[in-house]
Design a binder for this molecule. Structure first.
Ligand SMILES: Nc1ncnc2c1ncn2[C@@H]1O[C@H](COP(=O)(O)OP(=O)(O)OP(=O)(O)O)[C@@H](O)[C@H]1O
Ligand SMILES: O=C(O)C1=C[C@@H](O)[C@@H](O)[C@H](O)C1
Ligand SMILES: [Mg+2]
Length: 171
């Protein structure tokens, strides 16, 4: 019997923490697959995430996300990045238990610098700065709950962050 496939590591963190950018760099260094549940959802839905929010609403997106997280955890042998809000669902937090979960932490100033406050983020459409602050405050304890390690990203380059993740993984 073969052992079930498990990700080398799962990256969680707020929008702009660098899950996708850092995840791709870590996967390239380790020579493993990179997977991102946001991309999985867009492929399955056949449209970009902002359109899913507009057409079907956030609740429907979160349903798709729970399915995408469970499927990716069971089938990705590489580096897996989760959507920024995946930790909101208790189901997702529960299914992460036992996995190596790295929280890429970011505070408001760097998050704003990186993602800007323009169009394209459905959750930040109204009063973006205050909404992003609220989102960070609400989620900080949830990222901490699921994480087996935290890497601070503020004031650091993606290369520095990726190198620390690779070291954490023992490579
Ligand atoms: N440590 C960093 N320093 C400077 N810029 C960064 C850093 N990490 C990420 N960025 C930049 O911030 C932007 C957002 O990064 P990225 O898409 O990787 O974040 P994310 O965590 O995947 O966000 P989302 O939750 O929206 O998927 C990109 O332009 C990326 O190049
Ligand atoms: O922070 C969030 O709730 C989100 C982050 C993105 O990764 C996407 O999953 C989506 O835009 C929702
Ligand atoms: Mg991303």
């Amino acid at each position: 019997m073969t052992a079930p496939t498990r990700p080398v590591c799962v990256l969680v963190g707020a929008p702009g923490s660098g899950k996708t950018t850092v995840g791709q760099a870590v996967a390239a260094t380790l020579g493993v697959e990179f997977r991102d549940t946001d991309a999985d959802i867009e492929r399955l839905a056949g449209k970009p995430i902002p359109e899913i929010f507009v057409d079907e609403g956030e609740e429907h997106f979160r349903t798709l996300e729970r399915a995408a997280v469970a499927a990716a955890l069971a089938s990705c042998p590489g580096v897996l990045a989760l959507g920024g809000g995946a930790v909101l669902a208790e189901d997702n937090r529960a299914v992460l238990i036992g996995h190596r979960v790295v929280h890429l932490s970011v505070e408001l100033p760097d998050a704003v610098k990186r993602i800007g406050l323009g169009a394209g983020r459905p959750l930040l459409a109204i009063n973006p700065r205050a909404t992003l602050k609220h989102l960070l405050d609400q989620r900080r304890p949830l990222y901490a709950e699921v994480a087996t390690a935290t890497v601070v990203t503020d004031g650091r380059t993606t290369e520095e962050v990726a190198a620390e993740v690779v070291t954490l993984l023992g490579h």
